[in-house]
Design a protein around this ligand. Structure first.
Ligand SMILES: *Cc1c(COP(=O)(O)O)cnc(C)c1O
Length: 426
């Protein structure tokens, strides 16, 4: 009997969805082959429609810190599915997760659940504008904050900080409300504050930028950002959609010791279900409807299945000291890859932080800005990605996406994966 292939499914998908996908990076664009169609996932593994098993380092782009189908989360999800799917009314499930977060992360005095990271960011910006009476938002080149109109911008020409839209369909007037500056450049940052400071409602930053490679910032730079916000009366928003509950229980707030005004979450907070969250200082969050006049709502907000999956995931991570475990495993894993590359004379490097890693070409200095990313990153990655795929390793299908290690990636699986990646690179 004929077995369906990824190639055939992709041809069908191209007829019904733009590029055959429902989020662009899934499409394997530029990789000269059809994306792999999967039918099953468990632990550290994905199974394709061809019945090939892959060790998965994409993990749905970050949410699955326990791996696919974690048994404890699965049980809670099953229980919730048998109890209720959505209420559209007050219930105990979001209350429990909200209480757990506010008591565990003291800077989250009050919060609101939404259904995605994009929504969380969009809502936090609205609060910041309402609170300051200002319109402009400052973002950094190389940080991603979801597909918010205001934030799909790149550096424009002319005055330092001027932005142009990076997507069609965004009015120039909307892009003009955003100011863009490079990461790791205090001087430019100062200049931008000099030009626009009194109009900047909020500065939004990924404190661990991990959406355009892994651009680890210095503590000094992040401190400077916070200091200039304070000085200019602009709010500081940490976008922790990717770093939150990934680098540690309290995320980058804990790692940097910087207290932002607002923080956005997504990904891990829903344990694999669509959940986002924004929150922070009480006086700011009290501005949100119905207690205040910043309107924000959602039919499926605080969906109980996501609430239970999220809480179970977070409690399990806490119980297992998961962040420490992952940090050690990822150190060992990336060290093994580095040693293998060195031994075989493969000119590639691995950056990592907590359980995030990113493979890139050699660089004399740490890569902290998008300009510092080696120019051949696309071509380098393509070769490595396709060979790795052959050897049963599924990396996120894009040169600028990071890899994620989950609790389901045991030392044995990681040893095997490291060897496969080394062989693939050769
Ligand atoms: C993934 C991500 C988003 C967008 O979240 P979605 O759930 O995809 O809308 C926003 N900010 C950061 C830092 C992210 O990593």
């Amino acid at each position: 009997m004929h077995k369906v292939t990824s190639e055939e499914l992709f041809q069908r998908a191209l007829n019904v969805a733009p590029g055959g996908v429902h989020s662009p990076v899934r499409s394997f664009k530029g990789l000269d082959r059809a994306p792999v169609f999967f039918k099953k996932a468990e632990g550290a593994y994905l199974t394709s429609v061809e019945d090939k098993k892959y060790i998965d380092f994409c993990q749905s782009f970050g949410p699955l810190i326990l791996g696919h189908l974690d048994p404890e989360v699965k049980e809670e999800v099953h229980r919730m599915v048998d109890t209720a799917w959505t209420f559209g009314a007050t219930e105990i499930y979001s209350l429990e997760l909200a209480e757990w977060i506010t008591s565990t992360l003291p800077f989250m005095e009050k919060l609101r659940f939404v259904s995605s990271g994009t929504e969380a960011v969009m809502s936090a910006l609205r609060v910041a504008r309402a609170a300051t009476g200002r319109n402009k938002i400052l973002k950094f080149e190389g940080c991603y904050h979801g597909h918010v109109d205001n934030l799909l911008v790149k550096a424009g020409s002319g005055l330092a900080g001027a932005a142009a839209s990076s997507s069609a369909g965004i009015p120039a007037e909307v892009a003009a409300q955003t100011v863009v500056t490079p990461l790791d450049d205090e001087q430019k940052l100062q200049e931008v504050f000099h030009n626009f400071g009194k109009d900047i409602a909020a500065v939004i930053i990924e404190p661990l930028p991990a959406n355009y490679g892994l651009l680890i910032q210095t503590q000094e730079f992040l401190k400077k950002v916070a200091e200039l916000c304070e000085k200019n009366g602009s709010l500081l928003i940490f976008d922790e959609v990717i770093s939150g509950f990934r680098v540690g229980l309290q995320g980058m707030v804990e790692k940097t010791g910087i207290r932002p005004d607002l923080v956005t979450y997504g990904k891990i907070i829903g344990g694999g279900f669509p959940v986002g969250c924004y929150g922070g200082k009480k006086e700011l969050m009290n501005m949100v409807a119905p207690s205040g006049d910043v309107y924000q709502a959602g039919t499926l907000s605080a969906n109980p299945i996501g609430m239970r999956a999220g809480l179970t995931t977070l409690k399990k991570m806490q119980r297992l000291d998961g962040w420490n475990v992952l940090e050690k495993r990822t150190q060992k894993f990336t060290d093994a890859i580095r040693a293998g590359f060195a031994k075989k004379g493969v000119p590639l490097e691995v950056s990592h932080s907590a359980s995030l890693f990113w493979i890139h070409g050699p660089s004399k200095t740490p890569i902290r800005t998008i300009e510092q990313i080696p120019g051949n990153q696309g071509a380098t990655f393509k070769g490595l990605f396709l060979k790795s795929l052959e050897k049963g390793i599924y990396l996120a299908p894009n040169a600028y996406e990071v890899g994620f290690v989950s609790m389901a990636h045991t030392d044995e699986i990681l040893e095997q994966a490291a060897q496969a990646i080394i062989d693939a690179a050769e």
